[in-house]
Design a protein around this ligand. Sequence first.
Ligand SMILES: N[C@@H](CCC(=O)N[C@@H](CSS)C(=O)NCC(=O)O)C(=O)O
Length: 290
Amino acid sequence: MLRFQLIRVPLSASKFSTTLPLTSISRKIPRTTRLISSMATYSTLSQPSKLLFRQLFEKESSTYTYLLADVLHPSKPAVLIDPVDKTVDRDLSLIQELGLKLVYAINTHVHADHVTGTGLIKSKVPDVKSIISRASGATADLYVEHGDKVSFGDLFLEVRATPGHTVGCVTYVTGDASDHLQPRMAFTGDALLIRGCGRTDFQGGSSEKLYKSVHSQIFTLPKDTLLYPAHDYRGFTVSTVGEELQYNSRLTKDEETFKNIMENLNLPYPKMIDMAVPANMVCGIQSKPT
Ligand SMILES: N[C@@H](CCC(=O)N[C@@H](CSS)C(=O)NCC(=O)O)C(=O)O
């Protein structure tokens, strides 16, 4: 049976989940499915896994899009995190070549520097549901909140609210039980960048909130957790919690120093902000540009 569900549970609950079908709340069910299996698909993982993982890059905005799929599930359900409009055709071709079924197009937040690909994906693959946090205020098919779980096949992503870059930023983290895939992977959007972090000077940004978000929701993850940001401007692809705890040039500082750094970044506004934010508030352009 297909299981594409959004599951809402407190973060502390690991043995039992409250299952939300796509559109309504349903009953509590024990989660009995083991997430570890005999298929190795991703070389940096320390044990065999059913997770297929790809990191994809859009060069104009230096954005990373992430493809994850449960390849041992009969329908090979897949999710895309932070797709970009310009690379939708590439991403959908890859998904087709790999024989995956895209079920969710997920945004970590309302982006200001590029147009999300979620709208365009929906116009090309109508069954796909767009997802964004409720706190973002944006329109999507499904809204997530802190503590929710986004399931695809027997895998899921835990939702952690990490506001600060924008009000509605969330981080998606792979499953946490001891028999799940290790190390965990966290898709941090713009909350945490490798050796840096997202700016906090627009879209309800707050350096105080960002500092608290990262320290409470990301730096508390196991040190070997792999960190995958939405952008990198220097060619880095992945980090770990342990690495960022030691070397992040902003977030290793005390809170006052951090706030001071953020107030003095003096970055120019993203070139596309006036177009991108309104478009992304409705999960991007919903039809192919002519
Ligand atoms: N030059 C780019 C925008 C670069 C930028 O501002 N990046 C954001 C994330 S996208 S809103 C950011 O938070 N950067 C933090 C940093 O320290 O660089 C453009 O014009 O699009």
